[in-house]
Design a protein around this ligand. Structure first.
Ligand SMILES: [Mn+2]
Length: 319
């Protein structure tokens, strides 16, 4: 069943002992959402915790790790934030499949797997939806909550650059700045400063980039051996997929990353002419219209062939 912001707020106001789930390979949005929601619910006097995320990296750790539950916590109400589907549940979250009380998300491909679902596909970051829910519940936007929301919104919109950035995105960011956070400092840390391993990763993207269809399709291959040489961690790989789309003329940017477990992660980023989620759907994935993904259980080269075929087909259907 679908609910609106008021409906989600009413659900949460009636709930207690709430557990919040974040997605696999957590980004700024899922952790910002969970961090803000958990702190907001506590402000209202509720027991709320965030399930441990085994993939959490140091960049986003402070948003969620202070909210991890004690061992004896027995959740009565389960909420997911920014999770598009069960496949994105961490191993320790699989036990909650089929038991999600409320889904709060912004992915088009979300199959509405909760008992109640608030999925707003017009939101640049899911954190924008969380903000609206918190306000509807009468939560005061503290500095700490505002920082969580701002990180979610700014990371999912590429620092307010992507086409998913709306007037509402800026309004939410403005409210966060009014709450006293240092937006400039957060943005510098998240978007300007790059680690040396990150720089080496970018070098690999540019070195391996191949062009097809007269430069309309770009494809970068991140081999595990190369990634390991750079010493890059997950933070260093964050939004690396958007680099392919920076080249003039590229309408479809594809990045294939060989994971440590042998699976392959595919990312598609498109300009306004092309639909990234349609491309990824052809190979069993999904996502947003300009940013989507899929995963493969085959070799990197086989994954490359399949993804490239899907992208080429989509390109010819739309050009
Ligand atoms: Mn998101």
């Amino acid at each position: 069943m679908t609910v609106d912001v008021a409906g989600a707020a009413a659900e949460l106001l009636a709930a207690n002992s709430i557990l919040i789930l974040t997605h696999r390979r957590p980004d700024g949005d899922t952790t910002g959402c969970a961090g803000a929601l958990c702190r907001g619910l506590r402000q209202l006097g509720k027991r709320a915790y965030i399930l441990e995320n085994p993939d959490i990296t140091k960049r986003y750790a402070t948003l969620i790790t202070p909210c991890y539950p004690p061992e004896d916590f027995n959740p009565q109400y389960i909420v997911t934030t920014d999770i598009a589907e069960y496949k994105l549940f961490s191993d320790n979250a699989v036990q909650y499949e089929g038991k999600i009380d409320l889904v709060i998300d912004h992915h088009r491909s979300n199959p509405l797997f909760g008992k109640k679902n608030l999925v707003r596909t017009d939101a640049g970051g899911c954190a924008e939806v969380i903000y609206d829910v918190l306000m509807a519940m009468g939560v005061k936007l503290t500095n700490e909550i505002a920082e969580c929301i701002y990180v979610g919104v700014s990371t999912d919109t590429g620092c307010f650059k992507y086409s998913n950035t709306t007037a509402h995105t800026h309004a939410v960011a403005a409210a966060c700045l009014s709450a006293g956070i240092d937006g400039g400092e957060i943005n510098r840390a998240l978007f300007e400063t790059k680690s040396r391993p990150r720089f080496e990763m970018e070098r690999i993207v540019f070195d391996t980039m191949e062009f097809y269809e007269d430069g309309a399709i770009a494809l970068a291959l991140l081999r595990r051996a190369d990634i390991d040489k750079t010493g890059a961690d997950m933070d260093d790989l964050d939004s690396i997929a958007s680099l392919t789309r920076q080249i003039e003329g590229v309408q479809i940017g594809l990045t294939l990353t060989e994971n440590a477990d042998g699976t392959v992660k595919a990312s598609a980023r498109t300009t306004k002419e092309m639909d990234a989620s349609a491309i990824c759907k052809k190979v069993g994935g999904g996502g947003h219209i300009r940013a989507a993904g899929a995963s493969f259980d085959c070799s990197l080269d086989e994954a490359k062939n399949q993804l490239l075929a899907a992208a080429t087909e989509q390109y010819h259907a739309n050009k």
